[in-house]
Design a protein around this ligand. Structure first.
Ligand code: PMP
Length: 393
């Protein structure tokens, strides 16, 4: 029998929507899949070549250290120095099978049963289940500002003791970027309240139209702190499938994670680590090329999406690669659906566009549109959405 623990877990709404879309595509239906956080770019050739070279050099028949090969950890340290002028040590780094596993292992290491973990809604789907699996209690703050950002006022209003705060900037799914002052204020709050704080910086290199990303590493030192940084190569280097991410934290947290990871993965795939090493140490032009392409798509698609009747993106995203339009309540009534979850299924079935709904992100009433696609595909998606929504407005 399946364990009670496993029974409580919800499938990832994003992956479920994407699977439905792929099944429909396999049946010959022309579905536009805007469901999952994948880049439409290929991993740059030089990075793939480094993996091929690692296979040819037979870097495959042994376990690497659990925390990753030394060269990759050093490359991460060097990148942190170069991007944020921060000094961290090898003992502050562990490389994992995607940032997702970093986050999973962190919840296991930091959260005791009944501990309160706080994050702002809307939030990335996997935090919810990872916290649940650690026995923690997720308190989702519903921000009152239009940008849907967590504030110190929200944190001050919490009656209970907080063990861990999760801050994701740029945010999936809203694309908002927290300013330096905002990150500083939240870090100060965490320090004053003895709370741990995870800064999920996976989209840190993908900010647009002059927005400035602030890392926690620019604000405070890592060692002996309760600040934890999660990052990886999936988004900025179009390396989602390689599954390489990392955690940067005080060495006691890293040691505790490594003990767990010993029994979970032993190590992230060796060949993928060599690819990530090439990604971080080689020419960074591809990062800027992709960033510029995303910026163009954001600008074009944001304007287009706001012309779709019944959909509205109040505040323009500044980072990541998602738009999070709000659906007017009248549309739900006219379309004869109870909520945006049902609406997203109807859009998939009738308009053949896959977009997960806000429910999975803790914020019903919204849809999420990933714009890491060619502009022609995005234009066609908006055209289909316009036809669909015109029926109900
Ligand atoms: N954090 C956020 C906010 C994400 O959106 C994602 C990917 N969708 C991840 C972490 C996980 O990234 P990875 O591919 O490195 O596991």
């Amino acid at each position: 029998m399946i364990s009670e623990r496993a029974k409580t877990v919800e499938a990832a709404a994003t992956l479920a929507m994407s699977k439905l879309a792929k099944d429909m595509q396999a049946n010959g239906i022309d579905v536009i899949n805007l469901g999952v956080g994948e880049s439409n770019f290929q991993t740059p050739k030089r990075i793939a070549q480094a993996a091929i070279a690692a296979i040819q050099a037979e870097q495959t028949s042994f376990y690497t250290p659990t925390s990753g090969i030394k060269a990759l950890k050093q490359a991460i340290i060097d990148q942190v120095k170069q991007r944020f002028d921060a000094d961290i040590a090898i003992s502050n780094v562990t490389v994992t099978t995607g940032a997702k596993l970093s986050l999973y292992a962190l919840m296991q290491v930091l959260v005791n049963p009944e501990d309160t973990v706080v994050a702002a809604a809307p939030l990335w789907v996997s935090y919810v289940e990872q916290i649940k699996l650690a026995g923690g209690i997720l308190h989702t703050v519903k921000p009152t500002n239009d940008e849907l950002k967590l504030t110190v006022a929200d944190l001050n209003a919490l009656p209970q003791k907080v063990k861990l705060v999760i801050l994701n900037s740029p945010t999936n799914p809203t694309g908002q970027v927290y300013t330096r002052d905002e990150v500083t204020a939240i870090l100060d709050w965490a320090n004053q309240h003895g709370a741990y704080i995870i800064l999920d910086e996976i989209y840190g290199q993908l900010v647009y139209n002059g927005a400035v990303f602030t890392s926690g590493l620019q604000i405070q030192a890592l060692e002996n702190s309760r600040m934890i940084i999660v990052d990886g190569v999936s988004k900025a280097y179009a390396m989602t499938g390689w599954r390489i991410g990392w955690t940067l934290a005080s060495s006691d947290i890293i040691s505790a994670m490594n003990k767990l990871l010993d029994h979970m993965t032993s190590n992230p795939t060796a060949v993928a680590q060599y690819a990530a090493l090439a990604a971080l140490t080689g020419d960074q032009d591809s990062v800027e090329e992709m960033r510029l392409a995303f910026e163009d798509r954001l600008n074009a698609t944001y304007d287009l999406l706001n012309t779709v009747p019944g959909l509205q993106v109040a505040i323009k995203p500044q980072g990541a690669f998602y738009l999070f339009p709000k659906v007017t309540p009248e549309v739900l009534v006219a379309a004869g659906v109870k909520n945006t979850s049902e609406l997203s299924m109807k859009i998939l079935e009738e308009a053949h566009v896959a977009m997960p709904s806000g429910e999975g992100f803790g914020m019903p009433g919204y849809l999420r549109m990933g714009y890491a696609k060619d502009q022609t595909v995005l234009n066609e998606a908006v055209r289909r959405l316009t036809v669909f929504f015109e029926q109900y407005t």
